[in-house]
Design a protein around this ligand. Structure first.
Ligand SMILES: *[C@@H]1O[C@H](CO)[C@@H](O)[C@H](O)[C@H]1NC(C)=O
Ligand SMILES: *[C@@H]1O[C@H](CO)[C@@H](O)[C@H](O)[C@H]1NC(C)=O
Ligand SMILES: *[C@@H]1O[C@H](CO)[C@@H](O)[C@H](O)[C@H]1NC(C)=O
Length: 183
């Protein structure tokens, strides 16, 4: 399992290397090439280009930009979850418990994104990826917990957050891998 996923990421690394080196790149080119490895390439390009500073940013700077966004998103999700928890009296106890667990998961996600920012600042790219993967897992665990109690409204409400947070983590991972290569 571990070695096969290592093999897959080796292949992805090589592919990315080829993509990155295939032409002298403007920043826009670089973004498009790096984003080809994202789960949602269009969202990746769109997200990064929405930052004016991305036009002149280096790849490691792009990674910082995306991490800041992921960090903001994780904090927003946590805030939203806490708002839900404040409404405890209107919640089924088991639903309350799941949301409470989400609160713990997302607090961990906030920490992981912070850790990944610290790791990025010392170019510890593999650590950045490792922390972000844990953060993605936190989002997944929250979602699975909510889904298991079948609260459809909450599922769809938190799903939007879940998706955008997870997507940001994925974009940050892809850009981090590109940063490692060009470093
Ligand atoms: C976080 O919430 C603030 C305030 O509602 C909003 O302005 C910002 O765009 C949100 N950030 C993200 C990444 O969703
Ligand atoms: C809190 O519960 C009330 C009553 O069920 C509901 O109308 C309101 O939207 C809830 N607020 C939040 C933030 O979920
Ligand atoms: C939330 O994220 C998890 C983990 O990435 C994913 O498996 C799940 O399908 C997502 N849930 C929704 C409702 O999008």
């Amino acid at each position: 399992m571990k070695s096969s996923s290592a093999r897959v990421s080796y292949v992805l690394f090589s592919l990315l290397l080829v993509l990155l080196l295939s032409a002298p790149s403007s920043s826009a080119d670089l973004i498009e090439k790096a984003c080809r490895l994202a789960l949602d390439s269009d969202a990746c390009v769109e997200t990064i280009k929405s930052f004016p500073e991305s036009a002149s940013a280096t790849v490691p700077e792009l990674a910082i930009i995306v991490l800041q966004l992921a960090s903001q998103k994780a904090v927003n999700v946590t805030t939203h979850i806490n708002t839900l928890l404040r409404n405890a009296s209107s919640l089924d106890p088991i639903v309350y418990q799941r949301i409470d667990e989400c609160s713990v998961h997302f607090q961990d996600a906030v920490d992981m994104v912070d850790n990944s920012k610290a790791a990025l600042s010392v170019q510890a790219y593999d650590d950045v990826t490792r922390f972000l993967t844990i953060a993605e897992g936190d989002a997944a665990a929250c979602q699975d917990g909510i889904r298991s109690v079948g609260s459809q409204d909450l599922v769809s409400e938190l799903a939007t957050f879940n998706q955008s947070f997870k997507r940001l983590c994925n974009i940050a991972i892809v850009i981090t891998k590109a940063a490692k290569l060009v470093n």
